[in-house]
Write a protein that binds this ligand. Structure first.
Ligand SMILES: NC(=O)c1ccc[n+]([C@@H]2O[C@H](COP(=O)([O-])OP(=O)(O)OC[C@H]3O[C@@H](n4cnc5c(N)ncnc54)[C@H](O)[C@@H]3O)[C@@H](O)[C@H]2O)c1
Length: 335
């Protein structure tokens, strides 16, 4: 089997999971990595034994042996990477969120369509057993419907400052939460309206970094999402929580599986307070990215449309923008 040549644009934190996933495959190889920072490009080329590294992504996309490109740049740079790859006729896997604006998302989708390039957005939860099991439990009606999915996190935020720049990363309600917005849409269907209160806790950031959003879906289901990247320093974190409640019971999320075991459990709690384990096969962080890459490589090989598309990326950004608007204005935003 001939191997598919890959190029990676952006050699920061997330490039590691894609380079690791590709390094395990016989049917794909990384031809070149690119980063505007030469040290970052060189370091990843050495670490993953990639023969070529460049500082200009245009050189990477022009290489005939590169057939597919993974765009791992900061979010405000996604469009230029995707557009350059599409113009060169390459297939694209783009990190989430697709973009900070719908205009850019539309340009990327149109460019890939015009070029005949496959375009996938890296919503990795779509490839994770735990999240897929959660979706099944909800959709099978185990908790009744509609449900409320409650989820909260708080930390100092990511190390790279662009994540908390309003124009570059947009803060947690578009960056991290975009996973939730996509997964909630995937599970519940079309969103109907958003109420939110989101503000800025950290003085050094320009993005809104702390708050709560409630998104109501046409199905009646809701997600209540609290997130902060406003905690001090670089390593502070609050307690995370996650559950789903419905008219027939509550669902407790799994802890870590027992050592050496692949089996793990959600717990359904019924009206008598009895806990019922719901078993699934646990997969860890890198395994999700391996499964995501497996899907993308298969799509490229077979010329098949990926199961997560540019439109999914656009829809999640649309919801994130509605959340930010509701959060800043304190007014209900209808979708
Ligand atoms: N799927 C996930 O769970 C997940 C996790 C983390 C980050 N991400 C996403 O991945 C993307 C990158 O995040 P990261 O954590 O790797 O960021 P990072 O700051 O660690 O790395 C970004 C890299 O891109 C380089 N870069 C900047 N502009 C460039 C350009 N125009 N061309 C080439 N290289 C450029 C920087 O020099 C840096 O090395 C973001 O969109 C982020 O939201 C996704």
């Amino acid at each position: 089997m001939s191997s598919i040549g890959f190029g990676i644009i952006g050699c920061g934190g997330i490039s590691n999971v894609h380079l690791t996933a590709l390094s395990k495959r016989d049917d794909a190889r990384v031809v070149c990595v690119a980063d505007v920072n030469p040290e970052a490009a060189k370091a990843q080329a050495e670490r993953y034994q990639v023969a070529k590294w460049v500082t200009d992504p245009a050189e990477l996309v022009a290489m005939p042996e590169v057939q597919a490109v993974v765009v791992c740049t900061p979010t405000f740079r996604h469009a230029e990477g995707v557009l350059a790859a599409a113009a060169a006729g390459k297939h694209v896997l783009c990190e989430k969120p697709i973009s900070l604006s719908l205009e850019e998302a539309d340009q990327m989708i149109a460019a890939c369509e015009k070029a005949g390039s496959l375009f996938m957005v890296a919503f990795v939860r779509r490839f994770c057993n735990e999240w897929l099991k959660l979706r099944d439990i909800i959709r099978e009606g185990r908790l009744g419907r509609p449900v409320v999915w409650r989820t909260a996190n708080a930390s100092s935020g990511p190390a790279s400052p662009w994540f908390l720049d309003a124009e570059k990363g947009g803060g947690p309600f578009i960056d991290g939460c975009v996973h939730d917005w996509d997964f909630a849409r995937f599970t519940f269907g079309e969103p109907e309206k958003v109420v939110a209160s989101i503000s800025r806790m950290k003085e050094t950031t320009t993005a809104l970094d702390t708050g709560t959003a409630i998104v109501k879906f046409k199905s009646g289901d809701e997600i209540v999402r609290t997130w902060s990247w406003g905690l001090p320093g670089t390593a502070c974190s609050g307690q995370s929580m996650q559950d789903v409640i419905g008219p027939k019971g509550a669902l407790r999320f799994p802890g870590a599986p027992a050592e050496g075991s692949k089996l793990n459990y959600f717990y359904y709690i019924d009206g008598d307070g009895k806990e019922h384990p719901i078993e699934y096969e646990h997969t860890g962080g890198q395994e999700w990215f391996d499964a995501q890459m497996d899907h993308f490589v298969t799509c490229v090989r077979e010329g098949r449309r990926p199961c997560v598309t540019g439109e999914d990326g656009r829809n999640a950004t649309e919801l994130a923008l509605a959340v930010l608007k509701a959060g800043a204005s304190r007014e209900t935003v209808h979708l």
